[in-house]
Structures are given as structure tokens and as C-alpha cells.
Design a protein around this ligand. Structure first.
Ligand code: UGA
Length: 434
């Protein structure tokens, strides 16, 4: 089977590399010639633990190829995965221009029967549109079958997730397509759920919206805990032990970020809007998250009134640990607010700093170690729970800062220890320590 993947972003590249590792011959297509050259030279354009190693190994074993020529990618393909981005538009809906242009390029280049499988997160009905575009523009009399096959990978653990997913969802109307895709994925030994195309498209949005709802829910419970003397860690553990609720995605903090939850929740709300359905719950989930992401800043304002001239350390910039992705990261909103207040800002992140530097230029101080950011600081903000940051002991804050004032957006430290060490320690949904 010849398999091609259109788009070498997060989903496309990880899928391509992992399917090559399974033993398939994979051609990854990207429109960006420089990026393709980089990958041909064995470098991954994205940071994902373990990805470069698998890329190099499979390229060497002649199972993994890269091209920027649509013809080379699509001509001999038995299966083509569409894995290009569907970025957010101004009104919150998904921008389908990249998906549509891939569909057109496929149509112009296929010369044999092909199954086109959409992995990109697309609104319900998009696969039908893809089929229409291909049928309209195809140059040869070939049979095009389509399927929706959403992905559930998390950044930072995407390779593990590919080989150990809870389920694979295949949406197709044609039993032949289901049969072929079941065969393709059989070596992964992951349960397959097959549905019609529209249900598969919906599953992706519903899954992300549900997880986002869990996060906003626990964040609101945390905000109440803080005001009534309860502890969110104990409460999350207490409710999560009920198997119907489960422990995962009950970590309170400064909201969800990244390239998926913020975009997909808005796109689903927008989709509901289009059909005149008022999705009250999801709209609240989004609102709660918007408020939660500025909570640390608000706590600092409460403490100090004005932050003008204050020396602050921002520890962690990525939207979560083990990635250099800063899309929709809480750090961005915090930095914007601190800059507005004319604070002096030093930032640290193990790998995401260069992306922040790209945005803020020389208006921030970029530190290579957290200790340099903390030196003589008035306030330390913990934004991302990297191990390197979690492991900084209170003694270091005490030693390096003017006064140890720590605002922890990810509940990295123990409250009792904070009391013992006599630091000012404000976290989320827990007793404040002054
Ligand atoms: C998410 C989903 O988990 C994947 O299943 C999905 O495939 C992916 O989006 C996507 O649509 O492509 P990802 O964005 O990589 O994956 O990251 P998560 O680990 O889910 O975290 C998302 C955000 O939620 C992060 O900002 C994280 O800090 C936050 N979060 C997560 C919490 O605040 N609390 C939690 O308990 C869990």
C-alpha cells in the first residue's frame, strides 16, 4: 500500500512517521519547500520527544519520504491522509482553505482509485465538501472514496498516543473503506470504532469540548474552594475516584491553551450558532477559561496594587510541559498584562523561549536558567509545570528573590512546605500562604 500524507504539521508528521515505523511506505507532502528539505536532511520541524529519532530511522530504511511536489505525493497513492491545519477565523469558525486546496491538488494529480482520509479537525459536513471538490476537479476517471479519521494525539506524548490510543475512529459510508482502514491500523492493536462520516467529524469536536469542559469545571470548583477553605487537590481526588468521573483532566490551573482546545471549542460553538442552536454550556466553558488564564495576574494586582517597575520572573512559557508550542499559552496573556503595567519581566522556559522572543523582541529579559530570572525578583509566576520548574525548592526562591512571593498557576508545590518555609505562596483553589 502506498500512503501519502498531506501536511507535515503536528498531526501529519507524527502520523507519517509512526505509520512508517509500522512498516508502510509513506510519502509526506508539504507545500513548504524549505521545510521539506529540512525533513529530507533528517530534522524535525516540530519539537516532539522521540520524533527525530524515528524520522531518521525510517528514512534510512526507505519507508519514509518527503516531497513538495503534489504529483509525486498523490499520483501512486492508495490512501491519502489530509492533515493540514484548520486555523481559527475571526468569528471562531474553522478556516478550511488549506483542506480545500489539498482536495483540489489531489483531484488534479490522482491517476488511480484512491481513498482520501481526513485527519484534520473539520466541521461536520466538510468531508462531503472534500468529495465534491475532488469529483469536480479530477482529471482521470478514477474512483475516489472518502473517510473521516480524527486524531486524539496530545503534543508531547504524540508517539506514545499513536501506538497506545484508547480508540481509532473511522467514519465512512463505504464498507470497503472501513475494511481497508481497519487493515491499515490492525498492527496497532487499538479498538476501532466505525461510524458514519458526520459522526466521526463530530466525535473529534465533542471529545475536545468535553475535555475542555472538565477543565473549566474543575477550575470553577477551585475558585470556590479558595473562598471556602477547601483544597482543590483533595476535592479533585475525591470526585475523580468515582469511576464515572475519573481522575484525568481534573488538574485545576490557569486554564487550557494550545492549538486545539481553544480553537475547537470556539469552532463547535460557532457550528452550533450556524444551525441556530445556542450551546450555552460550551460558551460558558470558553468564558471561564478566558477568565482563568488571567487569574495569576489578578492575584498579583490584589497583592501589590500597581506592578509598575516591579521585577517579575515568568517561569514557563509553553502552553504545557514537553512542548515548545506557545499557541494560546497563558504566558502570553500574563506577559501582555505585565508589559502594560510596565513591570520588568524576565522569562524562562527550557525550550519555548525563542518563540516568545520572536513576538516580544528585546522588551523582555530571556534567561537560560530559572535562577537568573529569579535573581532580585519581586514576584515569581509559575505558568508551566515543567519538571525543571517544579523541582526548584522554596529555598532557592528565598535565596534569590527580594522577598519570596510565588504565584503558582499549576499547583506545583506543597502547601504545608510553603508554610514551613515561610514564603508567600498563592496557588489555584488552595489555601493562600502569606
Ligand atoms: C488535546 C487533546 O488532549 C488531544 O486528545 C487532541 O488530539 C488534541 O488536543 C488535538 O485536538 O489535536 P493537547 O492540546 O496536545 O491535546 O494537550 P492536552 O494535554 O490535552 O492539554 C491541553 C491544555 O489543557 C493544556 O493547556 C493543559 O495545561 C490544560 N489542562 C489539561 C489542564 O489545565 N488541566 C488538566 O487536567 C489537563
Amino acid at each position: 500500500m502506498n500512503i501519502s500524507i498531506a501536511g507535515t504539521g503536528y498531526v501529519g508528521l507524527v502520523t507519517g512517521v509512526c505509520l512508517a515505523e509500522v512498516g508502510y511506505k509513506i510519502t509526506c507532502f508539504d507545500i513548504d519547500e524549505n521545510k521539506v528539505q529540512l525533513m529530507k536532511d533528517g530534522f524535525s520541524p516540530i519539537y516532539e520527544p522521540g520524533l527525530s529519532e524515528l524520522m531518521k530511522k525510517n528514512s534510512k530504511q526507505n519507508r519514509l519520504f518527503f516531497t513538495h511536489e503534489p504529483k509525486e505525493a498523490y499520483k501512486d497513492a492508495d490512501i491519502i491522509f489530509i492533515a493540514v491545519g484548520t486555523p481559527e477565523q475571526k468569528d471562531g469558525s474553522a478556516n478550511l482553505q488549506y483542506v480545500e486546496s489539498v482536495a483540489k491538488a489531489i483531484a488534479e494529480n490522482v491517476v488511480k482509485d484512491t481513498i482520501v482520509v481526513t485527519k484534520s479537525t473539520v466541521p461536520v459536513g466538510t468531508n462531503d465538501r472534500i468529495k465534491d471538490i475532488i469529483e469536480k476537479h479530477k482529471k482521470h476517471d478514477v474512483k475516489i472514496r472518502i473517510a473521516s479519521n480524527p486524531e486524539f494525539l496530545r503534543e508531547g506524548t504524540a508517539i506514545y498516543d499513536t501506538f497506545n490510543g484508547d480508540r481509532i475512529v473511522i467514519g465512512a459510508e463505504d464498507p470497503y473503506v472501513i475494511e481497508i482502514l481497519e487493515k491499515l491500523y490492525a498492527p496497532l492493536n487499538i479498538p476501532i470504532i466505525s461510524t458514519n462520516i458526520r459522526s466521526a467529524e463530530m466525535i473529534k469536536y465533542a471529545a475536545n469540548a468535553f475535555l475542555a469542559t472538565k477543565i473549566s469545571f474543575i477550575n470553577e470548583i477551585a475558585n470556590i474552594c479558595e473562598r471556602v477553605g477547601a483544597d482543590i487537590g483533595d476535592v479533585a481526588n475525591g470526585i475523580g475516584s468515582d469511576q464515572r468521573i475519573g481522575h484525568q483532566f481534573l488538574r485545576a490551573g490557569i486554564g487550557y491553551g494550545g492549538s486545539c482546545f481553544p480553537k475547537d471549542t470556539k469552532a463547535l460553538a460557532q457550528l452550533a450558532n450556524h444551525i441556530n442552536y445556542d450551546f450555552h454550556l460550551l460558551k460558558s466553558v470558553i468564558e471561564v477559561n478566558n477568565d482563568q488564564r488571567v487569574l495569576l495576574y489578578e492575584k498579583a494586582k490584589e497583592l501589590y496594587g500597581s506592578l509598575k517597575g516591579k521585577k517579575v520572573a515568568v517561569l514557563g512559557l509553553a502552553f504545557k510541559p514537553n512542548t515548545d508550542d506557545i499557541r494560546e499559552a497563558a504566558s502570553l496573556l500574563l506577559i501582555d498584562a505585565l508589559k502594560q503595567d510596565e513591570a520588568q519581566i524576565a522569562v524562562y522556559d527550557p525550550i519555548a523561549t525563542r518563540h516568545i522572543q520572536h513576538i516580544y523582541g528585546d522588551t523582555l529579559n530571556y534567561m537560560e536558567v530559572p535562577e537568573d530570572a529569579l535573581a532580585q525578583a519581586d514576584i515569581a509566576f509559575i505558568v508551566t509545570e515543567w519538571d525543571e520548574i517544579k523541582e526548584i525548592p522554596f529555598s532557592t526562591y528565598k535565596q534569590l528573590m527580594k522577598e519570596p512571593v510565588i504565584l503558582d498557576g499549576r499547583n506545583c508545590h506543597d502547601i504545608e512546605e510553603a508554610k514551613k518555609e515561610e514564603v508567600t505562596y498563592l496557588s489555584i483553589g488552595r489555601e493562600p500562604v502569606y
